[in-house]
Design a protein around this ligand. Structure first.
Ligand SMILES: Cc1cc2nc3c(=O)[nH]c(=O)nc-3n(C[C@H](O)[C@H](O)[C@H](O)COP(=O)(O)OP(=O)(O)OC[C@H]3O[C@@H](n4cnc5c(N)ncnc54)[C@H](O)[C@@H]3O)c2cc1C
Length: 416
């Protein structure tokens, strides 16, 4: 079923009896050519591109819970491609380009909104760093603009640029950045993959791998053994736990990140804004709520909930640039578990086991990567060669020392 304005009107006039399920609820077959473990954004996008771009059939996505219940439905919805390093920037710019055509491609309203992202500058050194990053972005074909305080005040007139504790000296803007309705991305990819014959199987947890003579032959699940030619792990915050079942120890730790939504208020923020003297980022949803976040909780955990000290810390960051935030009531907060890699960059690679592949290490920036990650992972699974934008995302960089340390924080995952 195609979605369209005409369809909405027709269904409205006929009692909404014509809508079908967006994807089939299906029992697993005994074997597949490709099994993707994890029905988050990345897993579903991988299955979609495997079918669409590489013509693969007999593909299944195995999800232990329900589609959209992981980080894909828990993030603060920000997309951008404002990275510095060569290993990263072309990949994230590829992703942003895929976002730009995604709704038409999927025939699904994912509310892709290129409302722009603005990183505020609070010191001379920060301005130098942001100019360098902006130049790297432009060299890689992305858009970047250095804004003066006068330019910023035109869009954000309430900012206190010169009399705040951390005066604002300018900002780096990426006008093509913005927000996307996160769970609609999962649903859109799930529907698109299902239409191309992919089996999406919920409530099916992978509990082990069948590995014989160095080759992965399939997976044990809560719904029985399922054979496969190739198995792609794609479980974000559960990566370490899952890959331990294949006797792998990953350069990844799992940490909790929280997100917050205020009550709905009148339009205030035209785009995404980030505070440069602390960790705070904020946008306003179409319903009027301020959607914001900050630092991770600072300890390892697989619990999808956070703690009060970080709520206080995030709100302090918010109050530093938006003091009026203190008058708004917090409606909701929640947490997600993220796969923090040791250099802050992801891994899309084969493993030492034939037929077993890995995608993870997205830290708290993997939502914006969803389309490119799916495309690149599908490329790797289908052709056994890395996609041209993901050649640096290999396991061996941690052995050879070719880290992609985007933030220069070293091997401290809690800081990335
Ligand atoms: C609060 C918060 C805010 C964030 N904000 C942003 C942001 O603004 N911008 C941005 O780019 N990124 C952001 N991120 C990061 C982003 O959400 C993640 O990096 C990205 O969603 C991870 O990929 P995914 O969608 O595939 O993960 P998930 O949706 O978590 O998918 C993984 C799936 O694997 C399943 N799974 C786990 N173990 C198994 C198993 N054994 N068998 C079967 N299935 C299994 C899980 O149930 C889950 O559904 C944020 C994250 C959080 C938590």
């Amino acid at each position: 079923m195609r979605y369209s304005g005409f369809r909405v009107i027709k269904e409205a006039l006929t009692g909404h009896r014509g809508w079908g399920p967006a994807w089939r609820d299906i029992d697993p077959k005994s074997s597949y050519d490709y099994i993707i473990i994890g029905g988050g954004g990345h897993g579903l996008a991988t299955a979609y591109y495997l079918a669409k771009e590489f013509g693969k059939s007999r593909v299944a996505v195995l999800e232990k819970d329900w589609i959209g219940g992981g980080n894909v439905g828990r993030n603060t919805t920000i997309i951008r491609s404002n990275y510095l390093l060569d290993g990263n920037e072309p990949f994230y710019e590829f992703s942003l380009k895929l976002w730009e055509g995604l709704e038409q491609e999927l025939n699904y309203n994912a509310m892709v909104s290129q409302r722009g992202i603005l990183n505020l500058i609070h010191s001379d050194a920060q301005r130098d760093a942001f100019i360098r990053r902006g130049n790297a972005m432009i060299l890689n074909g992305a858009d970047a603009e250095l804004l003066s305080t006068e330019q910023i005040l035109k869009s954000y007139p309430f900012l206190n640029v010169d009399n705040a504790r951390f005066p604002i000296m300018g900002g780096l803007a990426q006008h093509r950045g913005g927000t996307v309705r996160h769970d609609a991305v999962a649903w859109g990819y799930a529907r698109g993959a299902d239409q191309r014959g992919v089996d999406i199987i919920q409530n099916c947890e992978v509990t082990g791998f069948k590995i014989e003579n160095g080759r992965c032959l399939g997976v044990d699940t809560t719904r029985g053994f399922i054979g496969a030619q190739k198995v792609g792990a794609c479980v974000a915050g559960s990566s370490s736990r899952l890959m331990a079942k294949a006797s792998m120890r990953l350069p990844i730790e799992t940490h909790v990140l929280q997100a917050f939504v205020s009550e709905g208020i009148k339009p205030l923020l035209p785009g995404v804004i980030t505070f440069g003297a602390g960790h705070f980022y904020c946008s306003q949803s179409d319903k009027g709520g301020l959607v914001f976040g900050g630092d991770i909780d600072g300890y390892n955990s697989y619990a999808q909930r956070g703690n009060l000290p970080v709520i206080e810390d995030v709100c302090e960051g918010g109050m530093a640039i938006l003091p009026m935030l203190g008058r708004a009531r917090l409606l909701r907060s929640w947490g997600g578990v993220m796969d923090m890699s040791m250099d802050g960059s992801p891994i899309i690679d084969r493993t030492h086991v034939d037929g077993l592949y890995f995608n993870g290490g997205w830290c708290y920036g993997g939502f914006k990567a969803t389309p490119a990650s799916g495309f690149a992972y599908a490329h790797l699974l289908a052709t056994d060669t890395p996609h041209q934008t993901a050649t640096a995302y290999r396991f061996d960089r941690f052995a050879t020392g070719r880290m992609i340390d985007e933030k220069g924080m070293g091997n401290q995952p809690n800081l990335h």
